[in-house]
Design a protein around this ligand. Structure first.
Ligand SMILES: NC(=O)c1ccc[n+]([C@@H]2O[C@H](COP(=O)([O-])OP(=O)(O)OC[C@H]3O[C@@H](n4cnc5c(N)ncnc54)[C@H](O)[C@@H]3O)[C@@H](O)[C@H]2O)c1
Length: 320
């Protein structure tokens, strides 16, 4: 990877992936594609950026044509709960733009495109402990777009030579940038509640178990799949990557051990609860381990300790 374009650069993942890529591949060689939301100071101050609405096909062609990246990390997306509220826009961003990026990449000689998938690519027919290759049948517009991205990605390599790769990310916990109305955001918001008011009202039921991952592991998974030896890959755009799974009650207990006065209450959001209920409890990531040596580093205790330490500094609070 010599010149890298990252779309959706100001999001939860882009804000942490870009500094990691710049450290490895050089500050000037990683270009942030920005739309509406501001970049973090760290990303803005450390290298080039370009305005890029991925739903604008002409602008997309212009930007890819002028930058001539060899690799694109395509992070621009509307996440699960937001996508459900605006199907029209989510079709443009999550379906059409994926197609346009891949097609433009073929025409402009891009070598590799990384398109993250998600646990959202699974649905109610998927086993609760989900193998890599299993029934998917998602019942959300977000999930359908993720299956579309996986299938389209897997199609491009044998037909055009464009190497499209992706991992199915679980819900991601991070302290630098807050997530944007996905279904697993409670797992970040709960720390803000615990540290600022000592309480949190959770929109998922206490026993809703979901696959989760800490941001440094998510960033590693994206860089590792991008760098993986292509000759060893039998899959390409559809790798399960797992770390840990927990319920809101289990996360609340882990927080209470560090912040004893913390209280959690529940007020269920029917939309996000129904999305969460359609997703598996756990992912089996044997295929990613076998084909490119994936493994996670952060377990629940390490995540909770690191989130609390960093958020205390960021929010300038001492724990309740
Ligand atoms: N965060 C998670 O928990 C999680 C879990 C699984 C998969 N993913 C996937 O990872 C990728 C990145 O997610 P994220 O968490 O950073 O999301 P995010 O919502 O934090 O960021 C998405 C970014 O896309 C940008 N965007 C939206 N519409 C755009 C448009 N028309 N043109 C250009 N940019 C646009 C937004 O400005 C935002 O910066 C997505 O494909 C998402 O589905 C995320």
């Amino acid at each position: 990877m010599k010149k890298i374009l990252v779309t959706g650069a100001s999001g939860q993942i882009g804000s942490e992936l870009i500094p990691a890529l710049r450290k490895k591949y050089g500050l000037e060689n990683v270009i942030s594609g920005v739309h509406k939301r501001n970049l973090t100071k760290e990303v803005k101050g450390s290298g080039p950026s370009v305005n890029l609405d991925v739903a604008d096909e002409n602008r997309l062609k212009e930007v890819i044509g002028s930058i001539k990246p060899d690799t694109i990390f395509h992070l621009a997306s509307l996440l699960s709960a937001v996508a459900e509220q605006d199907r029209n826009l989510s079709f443009k961003v999550n379906f059409e733009a994926v197609y346009n990026i891949l097609e433009t990449s073929v025409n402009e000689g891009v070598e590799k495109v990384i398109v993250p998938s998600s646990i959202g690519a699974f649905g109610p027919d998927t086993p609760a402990i989900a193998p890599n290759d299993t029934l998917q049948h998602p019942n959300t517009i977000y999930g359908i777009s993720k299956v579309f991205g996986e299938l389209l990605g897997n199609y491009y390599y044998p037909t055009t030579g464009l190497d499209v790769r992706g991992v199915r990310l679980p819900g991601i916990l991070s302290w630098k940038v807050e997530p944007t109305a996905g279904t697993t955001d409670y797992a970040v918001a709960i720390f803000y509640g615990a540290l600022t008011t000592g309480k949190y009202t959770c929109y998922l039921q206490s026993d809703t178990k979901l696959p989760m991952m800490y941001m440094p592991d998510a960033v590693d998974s994206l860089i590792q799949i991008a760098e993986a030896d292509g000759s060893k890959l039998k899959h390409r755009s559809d790798f399960n990557v797992a770390a840990i799974s927990f319920t809101p009650a289990e996360l609340a207990d882990a927080i209470k051990k560090r912040i004893p006065g913390f209280r959690i209450e529940y007020e269920i959001d029917p939309l996000r609860q129904s999305i969460a209920d359609s997703w598996p409890d756990e992912l089996i990531d044997d295929v990613a381990k076998e084909e490119w040596g994936w493994n996670y580093k952060y377990g629940l205790d390490e995540i909770v300790d690191d989130m609390i330490d960093n958020l205390k500094t960021k929010l300038e609070v001492s724990a309740h």
